[in-house]
Design a protein around this ligand. Structure first.
Ligand SMILES: Cc1cc2nc3c(=O)[nH]c(=O)nc-3n(C[C@H](O)[C@H](O)[C@H](O)COP(=O)(O)OP(=O)(O)OC[C@H]3O[C@@H](n4cnc5c(N)ncnc54)[C@H](O)[C@@H]3O)c2cc1C
Ligand SMILES: NC(=O)c1ccc[n+]([C@@H]2O[C@H](COP(=O)([O-])OP(=O)(O)OC[C@H]3O[C@@H](n4cnc5c(N)ncnc54)[C@H](O)[C@@H]3O)[C@@H](O)[C@H]2O)c1
Length: 480
């Protein structure tokens, strides 16, 4: 308990994943701590991000399974009750929410204050105008959907991943601007739940950060779901069409083409929430994209202020926010200099899933070994052979990166992540017994193929031939 007016050891601004984990870590280390949150503890992941999107995808997956059951010899009639789908999404949120509630946090010894935090100067923050003093602080205010400066966009009642969750009816025609993680996940989910979806991406392919073959597999799957995928598409303007319904309009492309929509979802990235918190008064600098500048230990340009989660330039994932929140708090409280983990696994939960980490598995200098899922028996039994497991391997056989495309690829990625983190070689993975027939057979198969290539190298072949020959001679001698 901190005496009234005394500074807390660690002030944490923002009660999303990064802030909650930072505050819990600080408390567990015995530091006096205050967690400040202006809306709801739990952050984007719980309320508008991972949890609702994965719950929606679960419903969409069931719909797709019903629609394609015929290929397994089953006849299923499908009717989508979108309002009930969204009720179940809210139910999933409600089931998880208590873990991050202020009551649970307080019971775990984390003091929580509701209010907007604004730094007044070194060592003092105002929470809804009430001053709080601190020795050090962790900034964890997260990010918000980026709204591009498109002419006419403000005249349309567009959706973002914040407002999407209040939909009660599936729009008949949904246009999605941006085919990154959000655009592909929500676009596919809505197509499977009955909307006519057009995915509009200005890069030359969807999921531009992923291996091109992975993006191509997702694009094929999206098209199978009826999604119109428009890449290299530059939107010049948005025109509202209120006569066709609230939120309706048209996207006008630079080449003059137009597409009409009943609702438009904007999913072109996320902008760090750094403005309005008084960061300039405490000497915390941002880069030109607005991310808080941090060093490898997550310290900002003010040595007493640390930052974690979406507002730094690190990849915007919940597992990064959690890992970095913990690290920032322990570095601050203990004065240690642990480095932030930068090999970050990522999964896009489309069908097929795209899971990746580490070195690029396309165009890298490393050896690339691929196991097509046509050669993975589990994929064949499930009728899901459009995918692959691909490893990037260095000259000593160590696994440096992986891309896996297929159902539950995210689960298989765990094994690849361990291999990369522990510097394991493909022969280590090849020697591991993989239960048959699992999806991880893809990883095992790729590792075996690579280990075999090494055995096929002239030197290794000569050594094996020598061993076999001397064994033969030894056996022959014993026989005589
Ligand atoms: C649709 C969608 C799906 C996603 N799916 C996944 C996924 O499947 N897997 C994954 O790993 N990641 C996913 N993400 C990303 C993930 O949600 C974020 O990376 C994560 O939530 C970031 O956590 P954070 O703590 O940095 O920020 P946030 O969760 O945004 O928390 C920041 C908090 O700070 C509060 N705040 C801001 N300013 C102030 C202030 N001045 N005073 C007080 N409080 C303040 C905000 O109210 C907020 O609660 C998804 C994101 C979206 C949008
Ligand atoms: N499964 C997951 O882990 C998951 C799911 C959803 C979101 N997220 C996180 O949230 C972040 C934000 O997601 P996101 O999908 O908004 O961003 P994103 O950066 O993943 O994708 C945005 C896409 O929009 C495109 N784009 C940008 N401006 C455009 C324009 N004017 N017209 C057309 N396309 C345009 C970009 O080229 C890019 O492909 C992600 O980077 C990710 O870190 C993670």
């Amino acid at each position: 308990m901190t005496a009234p007016g005394a500074p807390v050891d660690l002030l944490v601004l923002g009660g999303g994943t990064a802030g909650i984990v930072a505050a819990k870590t600080a408390v567990s280390l015995g530091a006096s701590t205050l967690l400040v949150e202006r809306e709801r503890t739990g952050g984007d992941c719980l309320w508008t991000g991972c949890v609702p999107s994965k719950a929606l995808l679960a419903a969409a997956h069931q719909a797709a399974a019903a629609r394609t059951a015929d290929r397994f010899g089953l006849e299923v009639t499908l009717r989508v009750d979108f309002a009930r789908v969204m009720d179940r999404v809210q139910q999933a949120i409600a089931e998880i929410a208590p873990i991050d509630s202020p009551e649970t946090l307080r019971a775990a010894g984390v003091p929580v204050r509701h209010g907007q935090g604004v730094f007044r100067g070194e060592g003092e923050v105002a929470v809804d105008g009430v001053p709080v003093r601190y020795r050090q602080a962790v900034l964890a205010m997260g990010s918000a959907p980026t709204i591009p400066p498109l002419p006419g966009l403000a005249e349309v009642d567009y959706l973002t991943s914040d407002s999407f969750w209040s939909l009660r009816e599936a729009p008949r025609r949904l246009a999605v601007l941006g085919a990154g993680s959000i655009g592909c996940e929500l676009g596919q989910a809505m197509a499977r739940l009955g909307s006519e979806v057009t995915l509009v991406e200005n890069a030359e392919r969807i999921l531009p950060r992923e291996d091109p073959a992975a993006a191509a597999a997702v694009a094929r799957s999206l098209r199978c779901d009826g999604v119109r995928v428009q890449t290299g598409a530059r939107v010049a303007a948005v025109h509202a069409a209120p006569a066709e319904g609230a939120g309706a309009g048209r996207l006008q492309f630079e080449d003059g083409r137009e597409i009409a929509f009943d609702r438009l979802l904007v999913a072109v990235g996320r902008t760090p929430r750094t403005s309005g918190a008084g960061l300039e008064r405490i000497g915390v600098a941002c880069d030109d994209r607005g991310h808080i500048r941090v060093d490898g230990h997550l310290r900002t340009t003010n040595p007493r202020i640390w930052a974690a989660g979406d507002l730094t330039g690190h990849p915007q994932f919940t597992h990064v926010a959690a890992s970095h929140g913990s690290l920032a708090a322990s570095n601050a409280v203990l004065g240690v200099r642990r480095r932030a983990e930068t090999t970050v696994p990522r999964v896009t939960y489309t069908h097929p899933e795209v899971a990746a980490l580490g070195a690029a598995t396309d165009g890298s200098d490393l050896r690339v070994v691929t196991r097509e899922h046509t050669d993975v028996d589990r994929a064949v039994t499930e009728g899901e052979t459009d995918g692959f497991t691909r490893l990037a391997v260095d000259s000593s056989g160590r696994v440096r990166g992986a891309t896996i495309v297929g159902p539950r690829a995210g689960e298989t990625l765990g094994e690849a992540a361990l291999a990369v983190a522990r510097g394991m070689r493909t022969r280590d993975l090849a020697g591991l017994m993989h239960p048959y027939p699992t999806w991880n057979d893809g990883l095992g198969g790729a590792a075996i193929a690579d280990a075999r290539t090494q055995l096929d190298a002239p030197l290794a072949r000569r050594a094996v031939r020598l061993i076999v020959g001397s064994r033969r001679r030894w056996l022959d001698r014993r026989a005589t």
